[in-house]
Design a protein around this ligand. Structure first.
Ligand SMILES: C[S@@+](CC[C@H](N)C(=O)[O-])C[C@H]1O[C@@H](n2cnc3c(N)ncnc32)[C@H](O)[C@@H]1O
Length: 306
């Protein structure tokens, strides 16, 4: 059914279409969390995309009339957003991360990690010297590794993932960002495909959703690959193994930064002696820790027995 059928008066300007979409999304009880956090921004994203207008268009465009052909494209996008519960980013095929645009589709998660904020500040004050080698473990679309490559122009970046589908998207983004000379992908289950390589910095947004959170996730999340979300009962199956193996892939002064979201509570409970440093975010987000190669080595016995 068309989202516009019940409209008493059809919107005529870009602004009125954005407002209409926002109202419809609120009425439909959509979930926002894949690039926007409210109905207005979600509607704005779709309307600007439908009209091939840039995301930073000024407010003057709100009064611009919408042609019947343009209205049909907007309505179709609104319908799909409501009826299929597809996140806007899958409808537009693009997402922004750390100030850069990425091509995405349902083979990868929609980029949204708070790690973007850390990259934009070059992980200051946590990194003493700029890393020359970076691993984005569990790269998905490649957003973290590619953003790191932009912010650390001297670094070589490896992007790894167990999903060949995801790596196809990451490779496309490496090319779009013209980073083929410094960024490459590796097919790898955790570190298995990376041989004995060591890195100055490993950044990872791995699967970390626990079974209870997974069962209660809004429909929008079910369009994302489950392999990118689920990680056992407590959400830590992947992270436990990562903590055990990461030390073997970090240089002496190396640093590991990992997002575990809500599973941070379970991690703290499991390893009370490990000095995870929980990083803070101005733009929101939580559950991202930093640990050094030295600390990983010191606490290795705890990781082995977990
Ligand atoms: C939460 S998504 C993160 C994607 C991307 N880094 C981002 O922030 O948008 C997790 C990714 O981990 C990958 N993954 C899951 N299990 C893995 C494993 N054992 N080894 C390597 N990658 C894995 C999934 O394919 C998925 O692309």
């Amino acid at each position: 059914m068309s989202a516009m059928l019940n409209t008493p008066e059809s919107p005529v300007t870009i602004g009125s279409y954005i407002q209409k979409g926002s109202d419809l999304f609120d009425q439909a009880g959509l979930f926002f969390g894949h690039g926007t956090d409210n109905a207005w921004d979600e509607s704005l994203t779709l309307v600007l995309f439908a009209l091939s207008l840039p995301g930073d268009s000024d407010s003057g465009i709100l009064e611009r009339p919408v042609s019947p052909e343009e209205a049909a494209v907007i309505t179709r996008l609104f319908d799909r957003r409501i009826n299929e519960r597809l996140p806007a980013a899958y409808l537009t095929g693009e997402a922004w991360f750390a100030g850069f645009k990425f091509s995405i589709d349902q083979r990868v998660l929609v980029p949204r990690s708070p790690i973007a904020e850390l990259i934009e500040t070059q992980f200051q004050p946590w990194l003493i010297t700029p890393p020359m080698s970076i691993l984005d473990l569990c790269t998905g679309s490649g957003c973290i590794g590619i953003a790191c490559a932009h912010y650390f122009p001297e670094a070589n970046v490896t992007l790894s993932d167990i999903s060949t589908d995801a790596l196809a998207v990451a490779n496309k983004n490496i090319s779009l960002h013209q980073l083929n000379h410094r960024a490459s992908t590796v097919h790898s289950d955790l570190f298995a495909g990376l041989g004995s390589q060591r890195f100055d910095l490993i950044v990872s947004n791995p699967p970390y959703v626990d079974a209870s959170d997974l069962a209660s996730m809004p429909n929008e999340y079910h369009h994302e690959p489950e392999i990118g979300l689920a990680s056992g009962d407590d959400g830590l199956d992947f992270t436990r193994q990562l903590l055990l193996e990461a030390g073997e892939h970090l240089n002496e002064q190396g640093v590991l930064i990992v997002e575990v979201g809500n599973s941070w509570v379970a991690l703290e409970t499991m390893f009370p002696q490990v000095p995870f440093m929980w990083l803070e975010f101005e733009r929101g987000g939580h559950g991202v820790f930093l640990i050094t190669a030295e600390q990983l080595s010191t606490h290795r016995e705890e990781f082995i027995s977990s």
